[in-house]
Design a protein around this ligand. Sequence first.
Ligand SMILES: [Zn+2]
Length: 245
Amino acid sequence: MHQDLLPVAALLRNDQEIDALRKEAVELGARVERAKVRVTEAEAALVKQRAAITENIALQADLDKKHKSVAGRAANLKAQLEGGAAMNYDAALHQQALLQQQLDSLDEQAFAALEASEALEAARIKAEDRKGITEVMLRDALDAQKRRRPDLELRFKDVQAERKERHTALRPDLRIAYDDMRDRKKPVLVTIVDDICSCCRMNVPPQLVFDVLRETKLVVCRGCNCWFAGIEEPDDKGDEDDAAE
Ligand SMILES: [Zn+2]
């Protein structure tokens, strides 16, 4: 690397670390927010599950009440039939059959409600578990944030101070170019790979490649305006590296 670029590289390392620290702080906060959303969702699901259970219990009570009422009427009718008090025997028999049908139907509904109550209870337990898991996730996220934040803030302060010093000390023309590149989100320092700029892929004339290699001149890429920090060997086994990651 050309000597003029050494303080640039040092400043860039500071800025990159500042970016990374900011990103980490944002991610810690985002993790907490995501966990909070999950807890809220799990709580809502549990409330819904409990409401469904309450509703089913009410349904069972209602079916039971209806069953008692119809059974009472059936018993009365039976007594009338046995006592010979029924005015119209055929009509009474028909009525008895209808009541029995109603009782059968109510029995079926009661059985379905009983089966549903087992499924609802299983779902409620699952929802409770899910809520418990999300609460642990939230606690972990908060712990991670609490544990890491002081270090992040401390390191941030240190790097900021170092960055300021290095930025001020940088040669004015380099500083202006550096700030401009950072503003435009450029990588600042790039390399030449196979006579091509690693950033913008523009061809680099042989003379400039030579200058970079000998580190005699500060060479700027004509495509992206970044500085060439050196020459890089083309990575033939790039695919393998990617696969290993
Ligand atoms: Zn370039």
